[in-house]
Design a protein around this ligand. Structure first.
Ligand code: ATP
Ligand code: MG
Length: 234
């Protein structure tokens, strides 16, 4: 997938997402406009319920907008078929979810490995890469533990390793430091910066922790379903 000309990697234009709860309509996003260039570390901040996770899910092709355009690398996600979206997610995007979504009966190592299966990576290569990624996030010593045998912060690190398994160009992380102590959180920020600088990854992170935005190149502030301010940091 090649970016279209010099367009930013991620472009949202007048994006609406309205959920229907029985007879009630819940507008989670009300006309979001946002541009995120490639190879940056971007943060999305805002109060609970302001639409951060909803927006991240749209960028990641997990959901479609009710109205408006979501373009990533020059491709309009709202026009893709579900098959095309599945390929987009598999080859282009890595997710770290707010609730980690690890598979309970698999070990940490297997949880990372399994992400590589749809791409047909041979077993030994999968295992090697999964171990490398667990090392990268300092959790290799728990490789054979199941999620229920790990702390919240340890599960979060496994989820981050899994998100990196297919070398995503776009890493979407929803509160990735929510369960981490401050030292581990800052280490993770250094890792994200390295991914941006050394591997050209674009990282979009939702966070409540304003202390972490010093690591970011761009900060989008959300309120009531809109991006109300974008701050470029040097
Ligand atoms: N599947 C859904 N069905 C109905 N309403 C939803 C759904 N998902 C989210 N919402 C509503 O949309 C709004 C935005 O939710 P969202 O999860 O995007 O907020 P958020 O900014 O990520 O909040 P938090 O910081 O608490 O995670 C909220 O009012 C929420 O109740
Ligand atoms: Mg959320």
């Amino acid at each position: 997938m090649l970016p279209g000309g010099s367009e930013p990697l991620v472009v949202l234009r007048d994006v609406w997402k309205v959920y229907r709860m029985g007879r009630v309509l819940v507008p989670a996003l009300r006309g979001v406009n946002l541009e995120i260039p490639g190879r940056v570390f971007a943060a999305i901040v805002g109060p609970s319920g302001s639409g951060k996770s909803t927006m991240l899910n749209l960028i990641g092709g997990l959901d479609k907008p009710t109205r408006g355009v979501v373009r990533v690398a020059g491709r309009d996600l709202s026009r893709m078929s579900s098959k095309e979206l599945a390929l987009y997610r598999r080859h282009f995007v890595g997710f770290v979810f707010q609730q980690f979504h690890l598979i309970p009966r698999l070990t940490a190592l297997e949880n990372v490995e399994i992400a590589m299966m749809p791409r047909g990576v041979p077993r030994s290569a999968r295992r090697r890469k999964a171990m490398e990624l667990l090392k990268l996030v300092h959790i290799a010593h728990r490789a054979n533990h199941r999620p229920s045998e790990l702390s919240g912060g340890e599960q979060q690190r496994v989820a981050i390793a899994r998100a990196l398994a297919n070398d995503p160009k776009l890493l979407l992380a929803d509160e990735p430091t929510g369960n981490l102590d401050s030292v581990t959180a800052h280490k993770l920020m250094h890792l994200f910066r390295r991914l941006v600088e050394e591997r050209g990854v674009t990282v979009v992170m939702v966070t409540h922790n304003l202390e972490l935005i010093k690591y970011c190149d761009l900060v989008a502030y959300m309120r009531d379903g809109r991006v109300v301010r974008v701050e470029a940091r040097s």
